[in-house]
Design a protein around this ligand. Structure first.
Ligand code: CP
Length: 309
């Protein structure tokens, strides 16, 4: 694995290897062990062309715990604002001896474009591109599910909400089906569920009650207002009435079901506060596991180099 651009097409063995490696890093991510020297002398450039709280910060923590030098480019104050192109920005940062680019961009495919243009020793990690892919979120979600449920073989997982605009949903679906999850469901209004879900091996539900009935895992998604035009956008109250996860609705899932959410959360829109803060919620542990998973991804890609011809 030279770059991590998507979960689609990643073999089961590689996903499992990343999750196993992450479990070895949990003691570093929770500060029992302070640091490991794996990326000493390497430079990790965080390039977030779109806003982030969790992904950017946990990548920074993960790189620091691996002993890398971390550079967070402040995109709003960078020369991107003066019209410098994405590839010129990358060329100039490469001239500062970057080893890993962590890239978030609102355009699907931007990390792929960068990966085609970097030198053979440079690695690109997709930290979320448009509505296409968010591979490290998918991996930390799999880590979380495996942590609480041990095995994917007998699990029913429901992904609920604005699936259409969600790069997390796509990454989770690819990962869950590759790992042999028994049943993957998506739940949402007709307008917010993409047409290719059945081809991806997923059951589609438009009723929340039906969709979460008997589930082991519920992954809630926010309405991605920034990716919707007026006609598509449901009102918050309307959405909560039909698709908001409340404590009453949660009783339809298995009693030991876990509730996940990639964040950011909109309380009272897709999920009730009592569920966010309730005992079935593993939303904050997801964030913590993200550190170990991102350490694993950076450690693994940095250990691989392309043939230089
Ligand atoms: N889950 C996620 O990508 O959150 P951020 O946008 O805060 O990074």
């Amino acid at each position: 694995l030279i770059h991590l651009l998507s979960i689609e097409g990643l073999p089961r063995e590689i996903i499992t290897h990343i999750l196993d490696t992450a479990s070895n890093f949990v003691s570093v991510s929770d500060r029992e062990v302070k640091k490991v020297p794996m990326l000493r002398g390497k430079s990790v450039f965080n390039l977030f062309f779109e806003n982030s709280t969790r992904t950017r910060t946990t990548f920074e923590i993960a790189a620091t715990r691996l002993s890398a030098d971390v550079i967070n480019l402040d995109i709003a104050r960078s020369s991107t604002a003066k019209g410098e192109s994405l590839l010129d920005t990358i060329a100039n940062l490469s001239a500062m001896a970057a080893d890993i680019f962590v890239v978030r961009h609102s355009e699907s495919g931007a990390p792929y474009l960068i990966a085609q243009h970097v030198a053979p020793h440079v690695h690109v990690i997709n930290a979320g591109d448009g509505r296409h892919s968010h591979p490290t979120q998918g991996l930390l979600d799999m880590y979380t599910i495996r942590h609480y449920k041990k095995d994917f073989a007998n699990l029913t997982v429901a992904i609920v909400g604005d699936v259409l605009h969600s790069r997390v949903a796509r990454s989770d679906i690819h990962a869950l089906t590759t790992l042999g999850c028994a049943e993957v469901r998506v739940v949402g209004p007709q307008t917010l569920v993409p047409g290719d879900m059945r081809e991806m091996g997923v059951r589609v539900f438009h009723s929340l009650e039906e969709g979460i009935r008997g589930c082991d895992v519920i992954i809630m998604l926010r309405l991605q207002n920034e990716r919707m035009s007026g006609a598509l956008l449901p009102s918050s109250q309307e959405f909560f009435k039909r698709y908001g996860l409340t404590p009453e609705r949660l009783t339809l899932a298995k009693p030991d079901a876990i509730v996940m959410h990639p964040g950011p959360i909109n309380r009272g829109v897709e999920i009730d506060s009592a569920v966010v803060d309730g005992k079935q919620s593993v939303i904050l542990p997801q964030v913590t596991f993200g550190i170990a998973v991102r350490m694993a991804v950076m450690g693994i890609v940095a250990a691989n180099t392309r043939e230089i011809s």
